[in-house]
Ligand binder design. Structure first.
Ligand SMILES: [Ca+2]
Length: 376
C-alpha cells in the first residue's frame, strides 16, 4: 500500500510535470501566433503606407505635368510678346528715323564753365546759380555802345507808319518801344519793336524771345503773317521781313543772352529774303561779331515749317527742332526753337533755342533778338 501510494504520488507529479510542460508549450505557441499576427499587421501597415506613397507620387506627377504645361505656355506667350515688341520697334524705326545729326555739342565758346554738357546739369535748370563763363576772344561788332538802354514799358508811338525803325528815329523818335511801320510794298502796316538805344538805334526787331510765353512751333501761314506780342516774344512774319528788305539794303544783327546774363552778338553785313515763291530764301552777307557764325551755314536756304518742308534733310527739320527756320540739315542755329529754362537742356533732339557756335546744340539761350537796319 505504502508502495502504491508512493507510486501514485510519483505518477501525479509526473502528470503535473507533463501538464506544465504542455501548458508552456501551449503558451509558447500562442506567443508565436501573436507575434505572427503582429507581423501580419506590420506587413499590412507597410503595404498601406506604400500605397499611400505611390498615390502621393502620382499626385505629384500630375501636379508637375500641370506646372510644366503652364511654364511652356508662358514661354510661348513671352516669345509671342517679344516678337510683337520687335515688330512694333521695327515699325517705329521705319516711320521715325533716328533724327537729324546733332550739331557740334561742345563748341569753342562755352556760356558756362560747367563740366562738359552732361544731362545731369539739367537738374539745375529750375534755379539760376551764378556761374563763371568761359572767356571769349574776338572783337565785339560795335563795342560798348551795343548795350541797350531799357525802354520805358508800354512806350508806343501813335505816329507813323514809318518805313522802318531808322525812319522813325530820323523823324525824332529816339526812345525804344512799339512803333507802326509800313514797308513800301506792304499791304498793311505792321507793329514792331524799335530798338533806338543800342548801337545808335534804328533797329527794327523782327524776332524776340525772352520768357517762353509764346509758342513758336507753328505752321507756314503763321510764320508768313507773324505772331506773338510786340512788347514780348514775337515773330514779325516772313512777308513783312521780305517787304522790309525790298525797300533798301539792310544788315542783320542777332543778339544772344545766355543764362549768366552775358550778351553776345552776330552781325551780317547784308540781309534780305527772297519772295514766298522762293520759299523766303535767306540771303546773308559776311559775319562779324563775338557769338560765332552759326547762321552762315543757313545762308541760301528756304524757310521750313512743319507743313512745308524745304530743308536739306530726309525728314522735316521743323519736326525735330520744333520751330520754323531756314533749316539746312538741320543746322547750327535754331532761334525759333523751344524756350528752355537754365541753359543746358535735356531733349531727344536739339530743339532748344541754340546757337551752336556759342554753347552748342544743347544750350538754350535765355533771350534772343533778331533785328535789321539799313546799311549806313
Ligand atoms: Ca526735308
Amino acid at each position: 500500500m505504502k508502495l502504491l501510494r508512493k507510486e501514485s504520488r510519483n505518477m501525479n507529479s509526473r502528470v503535473t510535470q507533463l501538464y506544465m510542460q504542455l501548458l508552456h508549450e501551449i503558451i509558447r505557441k500562442r506567443d508565436n501566433s501573436l507575434e505572427l499576427a503582429q507581423l501580419e499587421t506590420r506587413v499590412l501597415n507597410a503595404t498601406a503606407e506604400s500605397l499611400r506613397l505611390s498615390s502621393r507620387y502620382r499626385e505629384l506627377e500630375t501636379r508637375f505635368s500641370a506646372l510644366s504645361a503652364v511654364v511652356n505656355n508662358q514661354s510661348v506667350l513671352i516669345a509671342a510678346l517679344e516678337e510683337r515688341c520687335m515688330q512694333v520697334y521695327g515699325r517705329r524705326r521705319d516711320h521715325h528715323p533716328e533724327g537729324p545729326p546733332l550739331v557740334q555739342v561742345v563748341p569753342e565758346n562755352l556760356p558756362v564753365s560747367v563740366p562738359r554738357f552732361t544731362n545731369e546739369i539739367q537738374r539745375d535748370n529750375g534755379r539760376e546759380v551764378p556761374r563763371e563763363r568761359g572767356s571769349r576772344s574776338g572783337p565785339s561788332p560795335t563795342g560798348s555802345t551795343m548795350e541797350a538802354q531799357k525802354p520805358p514799358a508800354g512806350n508806343f508811338s501813335v505816329e507813323g507808319p514809318y518805313r522802318d525803325c531808322l525812319h522813325a528815329q530820323e523823324a525824332g523818335h529816339t526812345s525804344s518801344g512799339v512803333y507802326l511801320i509800313r514797308p513800301e510794298e506792304a499791304s498793311r502796316p505792321l507793329q514792331v519793336w524799335c530798338e533806338q538805344g543800342m548801337d545808335n538805334g534804328g533797329w527794327t526787331v523782327i524776332q524776340s524771345r525772352r520768357d517762353g510765353s509764346v509758342n513758336f512751333f507753328r505752321n507756314w501761314d503763321s510764320y508768313k503773317s507773324g505772331f506773338g506780342n510786340i512788347d514780348g516774344e514775337y515773330w514779325l512774319g516772313l512777308e513783312g521781313i521780305y517787304k522790309l528788305g525790298r525797300q533798301g539794303d539792310y544788315k542783320l544783327l542777332v543778339e544772344l543772352e545766355d543764362w549768366t546774363g552775358k550778351k553776345v552778338y552776330a552781325q551780317y553785313s547784308s540781309f534780305h529774303l527772297e519772295p514766298e515763291a522762293e520759299g523766303y530764301r535767306l540771303r546773308l552777307g559776311t559775319y562779324q561779331g563775338n557769338a560765332g557764325d552759326s547762321l552762315g551755314s543757313h545762308n541760301g536756304k528756304q524757310f521750313t515749317t512743319l507743313d512745308r518742308d524745304k530743308d536739306g534733310y530726309a525728314g522735316n527739320c521743323a519736326h525735330f527742332q520744333k520751330g520754323g527756320w531756314w533749316y539746312n540739315s538741320c543746322g547750327q542755329a535754331n532761334l525759333n526753337g523751344v524756350w528752355y529754362t537754365g541753359g543746358v537742356y535735356r531733349s531727344k533732339y536739339q530743339d532748344g533755342i541754340f546757337w551752336a557756335e556759342y554753347g552748342g546744340g544743347f544750350y538754350s539761350m535765355k533771350a534772343v533778338r533778331i533785328m535789321v537796319r539799313p546799311i549806313d
